[in-house]
Design a protein. Sequence first.
Length: 66
Amino acid sequence: MNAAPPPHGLCDACRHQRLVPNTRGSVFSLCERSREDPDFPRYPRLPVLRCPGFEPTEDRDAGKGD
Ligand code: SF4
């Protein structure tokens, strides 16, 4: 039985998230803001519920029309 992956919270909707799969089938949520700003951990503790660096992903809903 596969366990559901842990929710990443805000990061899942954030343009700074990069999902990094490992060889064991897990996927880690990496914060790319950590490259330039040490206030952001590379792998934030999940789920992230609040984050001053959150910026919504732009292309997730773009171009869908309605
Ligand atoms: S900036 Fe915040 S919300 Fe966005 S990926 Fe990093 S930790 Fe997650």
